[in-house]
Write a protein that binds this ligand. Structure first.
Ligand SMILES: *[C@@H]1O[C@H](CO)[C@@H](O)[C@H](O)[C@H]1NC(C)=O
Ligand SMILES: *[C@@H]1O[C@H](CO)[C@@H](O)[C@H](O)[C@H]1NC(C)=O
Ligand SMILES: *[C@@H]1O[C@H](CO)[C@@H](O)[C@H](O)[C@H]1NC(C)=O
Length: 399
């Protein structure tokens, strides 16, 4: 039960969501070309007993019941102990989830926990399955775009198969869906969304800072760590297990709710947690290779009509296309934009907007100092109004 909730939370993460994080970590390269190498030369250790995740007994997988509204009840503790997510990242993500798509203090997958409207909430939340462009975003790896498929939380088998096929010529045991592969796939998925979704929108927060996590989390969290490959190998069977996929080729099947931590699976090394600064490094490396990952903007109501916005205008001169890759600016922009957009996105949904903003600021702790962020005082969203992906988000209220 617990494991189930955690896996779902992570997959929802890896898809819908998620979030944000200069430490010299490098990409998880294919082990066959770059055995055990990191930019700073420091490898995480490996401690089998401490890293093995127990999926038996009280932690055995339990298929979902009909009316289950499962959610990450102890999100921070669970993502840390099961996946090795940094406490800084987990704290921000869980707070953002609760504020944007939960009931301000907790959150769930299919809707807000509980059926009563809690004090302070003006309308029921749709949960993280229904958080389009707030937490969830277009161009996810396996989930479809909301305005293309009518839902943004189910795996589209065509998308999973496209990712899976990236290692088509590699045998099962040697396959590794590392960050090189995932970033290339991300570039493809964005191009695909621009071509097929008239309302494609890469939002300042969910597009720039959250969408990348949907990709990096797959390798960083799901890869199976070992003494030989302390950063992990994400092979075909493990990938399928986390995405509730069985079978091969034309017989491939997706069974929602059956996302599972595999047997004999090892999490990140203790002391090598995936923190916000670590994530910030992954963000930069990916954007250096694929400059389109820095685009804020969208299609204007027809397919293939993408227009980018002027970042300097949006951020009132603080960030621009040139300085976005300096220091931790990319992550800095994402986190601060999340705070700046919160009152606007929650207007009419939450009574105490200042309280909601303060909750987010509190959850960030000293992250903005740690990242050495230029201060973003406000956002000018006038350019965003030309994008239906943005105006629909606001008009639709909860998602
Ligand atoms: C890979 O694993 C799948 C499912 O376990 C199996 O059907 C397929 O034949 C395997 N492929 C190879 C090359 O071993
Ligand atoms: C994880 O790696 C270890 C060491 O190579 C291996 O024994 C184990 O079977 C792997 N687990 C999975 C789920 O592939
Ligand atoms: C951004 O551009 C709009 C016109 O497109 C202008 O009205 C607004 O003042 C600009 N904002 C800033 C901060 O420069």
């Amino acid at each position: 039960m617990v494991n189930k909730a955690i896996v779902l939370a992570l997959v929802a993460f890896c898809e819908s969501i998620v979030a944000f994080p200069s430490i010299g970590h490098d990409f998880g390269h294919n082990p066959h070309s770059h055995p055990k190498k990191r930019i700073n030369g420091i490898l995480p250790g490996f401690d089998a007993a401490a890293q093995k995740i127990d999926v038996s007994g009280a932690h055995a997988f339990l298929p979902p019941g009909h009316s289950d509204l499962r959610g990450p009840s102890q999100f921070v503790e669970a993502t840390n102990s099961v996946f090795g997510m940094g406490l800084d990242l987990a704290t921000f993500l869980s707070t953002y989830g609760a504020v944007m798509d939960g009931d301000l203090t907790s959150w769930s997958i299919g809707g807000a926990p509980g059926t009563n409207l809690l004090p302070g909430l003006l309308s029921p939340s749709g949960g993280i399955s229904n958080s389009h462009n707030k937490y969830e975003t277009d161009g996810s790896p396996t989930r479809g775009d909301l305005y293309e498929y009518g839902n943004d939380y189910l795996v589209q088998l065509s998308q999973f198969k496209a990712l899976y096929a990236k290692q088509a010529n590699v045998d099962n045991d040697s396959a590794n869906y590392d960050l090189d592969i995932l970033n290339a796939f991300r570039a493809e998925r964005i191009a695909q969304s621009k071509l097929n979704n008239p309302y494609f929108f890469s939002a300042p927060v969910s597009g720039i800072a959250v969408q990348p996590a949907a990709y990096t989390f797959i390798y960083r969290f799901m890869a199976n760590k070992s003494a030989e490959y302390p950063e992990g190998i994400l092979n075909k069977e493990v990938l399928k297990s986390f995405f509730a996929i069985t079978g091969e080729g034309n017989d491939m099947t997706y069974t929602p709710g059956y996302e599972r931590i595999p047997q004999n699976w090892y999490k990140r090394a203790i002391g090598d947690e995936y923190t916000i600064p670590f994530y910030a490094t992954d963000l930069n490396l990916a954007a250096l290779q694929y400059p389109q990952f820095l685009e804020v903007g969208g299609n204007t109501g027809t397919v293939n009509s993408f227009m980018g916005v002027d970042l300097s205008n949006l951020t009132e001169g603080v960030f621009n296309a040139e300085n976005l890759l300096e220091g931790n600016n990319l992550a800095c922009f994402g986190f601060q934009a999340a705070i700046q957009f919160t009152p606007d996105l929650l207007k009419g949904l939450v009574g105490d907007l200042t309280g909601a903003v303060n909750q987010l600021v509190g959850a960030l702790g000293d992250t903005l100092n740690v990242l050495d962020c230029p201060k973003l005082e406000s956002i000018d969203d006038s350019q965003l109004k030309q994008f239906p992906g943005y105006t629909k988000l606001k008009a639709d209220g909860s998602y």
